[in-house]
Write a protein that binds this ligand. Structure first.
Ligand SMILES: NC(=O)c1ccc[n+]([C@@H]2O[C@H](COP(=O)([O-])OP(=O)(O)OC[C@H]3O[C@@H](n4cnc5c(N)ncnc54)[C@H](O)[C@@H]3O)[C@@H](O)[C@H]2O)c1
Length: 320
């Protein structure tokens, strides 16, 4: 199996590549090659099979077609510009999140080998006038350009699957926290930085109130679920190709308290609480109560406590 990861140099892309390197198989078939594609060629992970990092702008149709000349058997499409940037820079969001996704779907279709195609969508597809509790059948009603671009991608993943061009699966990811590194342009960036920075001895600001609820999942669980999405037999997915994967709902206060229980009280004292209307407006449109019934039936992994998110950050990702 030749595996291609777009966004393969990003936060989740690198972790997914490492997981696949350790796993070695997809659907019981040996992985024979792993390609991590990103805007700049990523450092490929070490694996018991050939790996490579390539530079690929998914908005460049000719370059995408060239990458698909190798006919990858399994594509994990993670490349995207994140919510805050897609909102602030509409053209870039459209170019990458919408047209880039279409380029990949078209290239996969023309490759003719009907690859497994795992697409990372987001809970940003939900919002507006819908019930507070989200079920598998709740309509997609995005309230941001990012969410609209992801929702459009989901529809196309489903239609390309129905047409038999790909074996597609779309996953609505919860907010993934704790994310390592630096703050990014995602409006949800604070949902990691208020834990990451204090745990690394620095200050961070929380722009929302402490009773704000967040549908979240730990990187270990999200990456395991992205890899698992490729494993599930097609007949088990049914017609609805895209679904919300599991997560957990915690208020900011509950999350901060969990950090205190794991790491002591010093960290929480490094959080400042200055409201930010831009972030608050985007976050107000997001939903935090989701019943991922189908994903649980299919065997996706569920988070159990936010203390795990903190513990795993300390084990896997804290800046040493
Ligand atoms: N992290 C989260 O909380 C979260 C939540 C919901 C959905 N998602 C989705 O999961 C996926 C991965 O997210 P992440 O957190 O790893 O983000 P990330 O920003 O760390 O990784 C995305 C990667 O895509 C690359 N990229 C951007 N434009 C590109 C282009 N034109 N061509 C090729 N590559 C390009 C970036 O360079 C980056 O390395 C994204 O699709 C994101 O929308 C993430």
């Amino acid at each position: 199996m030749h595996v291609l990861i777009t966004g393969g140099g990003g936060f989740l892309g690198v972790k997914l590549a490492r997981l696949l390197a350790a796993q070695g198989t997809i659907r019981g078939k040996a992985i024979t090659k792993l390609t991590q594609a990103d805007l700049f060629a990523p450092e490929p992970v070490k694996a018991p099979f050939p790996t490579e990092g390539i530079a690929l702008d998914i908005a460049d149709r000719a370059a995408v077609d060239a990458a698909f000349a190798a006919k990858p058997d399994c594509v994990f499409h993670l490349a995207a510009v994140v919510s805050g940037q897609a909102e602030a820079e509409f053209d870039i969001g459209m170019r990458v999140n919408l047209h880039g996704t279409l380029n990949l779907l078209e290239a996969a279709r023309h490759a003719g080998n009907r690859p497994i195609f795992v697409f990372t969508s987001s809970i940003a597809v939900y919002g507006g006038e819908i019930p507070e509790m989200i079920e598998d059948w709740t309509i997609l009603n995005p309230q941001t350009s990012y969410g609209a671009q992801k929702a459009a991608g989901e529809l196309m993943v489903t239609d390309y699957s129905r047409k038999g061009f790909i074996d597609g699966r779309g996953l609505r990811l919860p907010t993934v926290t704790v994310r390592p590194g630096k703050p990014n342009a995602a409006a949800s960036s604070f949902m990691s930085s208020i834990f990451r920075e204090p745990l690394q001895g620095e200050e961070a600001n929380c722009p929302v109130s402490e009773d704000y609820p967040i549908w979240n999942s730990a990187p270990r669980n999200v990456v395991a679920n992205i890899a698992y999405a490729a494993e599930i037999p097609e007949e088990d997915w049914g017609q609805n190709r895209c679904l919300a994967i599991p997560g957990q709902t915690n208020t900011v206060r509950e999350m901060v308290d969990a950090m205190t229980r794991v790491a002591g009280s010093n960290a929480a004292g490094r959080i400042t609480w200055k409201p930010d209307p831009f972030v608050q407006k985007i976050c107000a449109g997001w939903r935090a109560h989701i019943n991922p019934a189908k994903a649980l039936r299919l065997g996706f992994r569920q988070d159990s406590t936010f203390e795990d998110n903190i513990r795993w950050f300390l084990e896997d990702d804290i800046r040493k």
